[in-house]
Write a protein that binds this ligand. Structure first.
Ligand code: SF4
Length: 342
């Protein structure tokens, strides 16, 4: 980027264009997971324990903490005197050992695993039931990958992250192979890994339906469409958010000069942004809309900003919460927090 550092001269403001992608931000799985925590707090009172960050976003986590949620990494952290309080499992899904542990400890748990992650669990279990060794395309150590591996007995899953991994993979034994993928991968990179697997193992069996979820695909498509000709592409998201990091990569591959992951407007290198720049803007599936608004406002304070919409599709997906929480009444403030606007 250039060396201009426009500073909001009101008499002759510098021009700038923002290409705002849609769909962006909260997906149906994130929306459902946050709803479950808010509704549980309303119905059962604080504290409600949440195992792992419910979704990978600090703003959301801090907002829930302020309402009485307590984040833990493992169930043994719940004090004995709070064993009757609900504990929520995050949208990323958990290994089978976690609900089993909760039952052994007599805990009351609510599972906020996204239904599309549960679908991948079922795809993996089906491969295994049919005697296939499972190849899981995904990032080792990510909570979703840990959860999917934990649906199956030890030794029945191999993780593959790259085409090189696929080319090096050894078939364990004589049996068939079946693959599934993490839900939040790059659509294009994953197609390459699948091709490499199919070249090495022509008999490898695909899951019955795509494992990468609609929200990941739609956000990547919108960024791909908006990226050509942008000087800087900003993605709102956390450094541990897989789908947000993929959006940065997609923007760069699709032609953005530069792309950055930002958590808040303060993370933007404002002094590096030139007049007349074209800025792409999107948000990962766990990022609330209020941060997108904060960023647009930050540009408006510094530049005469023109907003262009890059909308590729309307999303209508909605995943209902469990029956026990459906009768809980919410205030307008709760609703604003849930839709990411407060
Ligand atoms: S990104 Fe996809 S899999 Fe993950 S919570 Fe959202 S809809 Fe579910």
């Amino acid at each position: 980027m250039s060396d201009h550092a426009p500073n909001g001269d009101a008499s002759a403001p510098h021009q700038l264009t923002i290409r705002l992608c849609g769909p962006r931000g909260f997906c149906a799985g994130v929306d459902r997971a946050i709803q479950i925590v808010v509704l549980a707090l309303k119905k059962y009172g604080a504290p409600v324990y949440v195992r792992h960050e419910i979704v990978h976003n600090r703003y959301v986590v801090e907002g829930l903490q302020a309402r009485g949620a307590v984040f833990i990494e493992e169930l043994h952290e719940i004090p004995t005197e709070h064993r009757q309080c609900p504990v929520v499992f995050s949208a990323h899904g958990v290994p089978k050992s976690v609900p089993a542990d909760a039952e052994a400890r007599n805990l009351f748990y609510l599972d906020a695993t996204c239904p599309l992650v549960s679908k991948v669990h079922k795809q993996a279990m089906r491969h295994q039931r049919l005697g296939r060794h499972v190849v899981l395309i995904g990032h080792a150590g990510h909570p979703e990958v840990i959860g999917t591996m934990g649906q199956l007995p030890e030794g029945s899953v191999s993780i593959v992250e790259t085409e090189e991994d696929a080319a090096r993979l050894q078939r364990p034994g004589e049996g068939e192979l079946g693959f599934v993928t993490q839900t939040t991968l790059s659509v294009d990179d994953t197609a390459g890994v699948i091709r490499a697997l199919q070249e090495r193992f022509p008999d490898i069996i695909a899951p019955a339906a795509e494992s990468i979820c609609y929200a990941t695909t739609n956000r990547q498509d919108a960024v791909k469409q908006a990226a050509p000709g942008t000087d800087l592409f900003l993605i709102v998201g956390a450094p541990n958010s897989s789908n947000s990091k993929r959006l940065v990569e997609v923007a760069l591959k699709a032609g953005a000069d530069r792309s950055l992951l930002v958590q808040r407007a303060d993370d933007i290198p404002w002094h590096e942004i030139a007049a007349n720049a074209v800025i792409g803007l999107s948000a990962g599936a766990s990022a609330p809309e209020i941060i997108v608004e904060e960023i647009v406002e930050g540009f408006r304070e510094r530049f005469a900003t023109q907003l262009e919409l890059a909308i590729t599709v309307e999303e209508t997906e909605n995943f209902p919460v469990m029956r026990d929480l459906r009768d809980v009444e919410l205030t307008n403030a709760d609703m604003a927090f849930l839709n990411g606007s407060a």
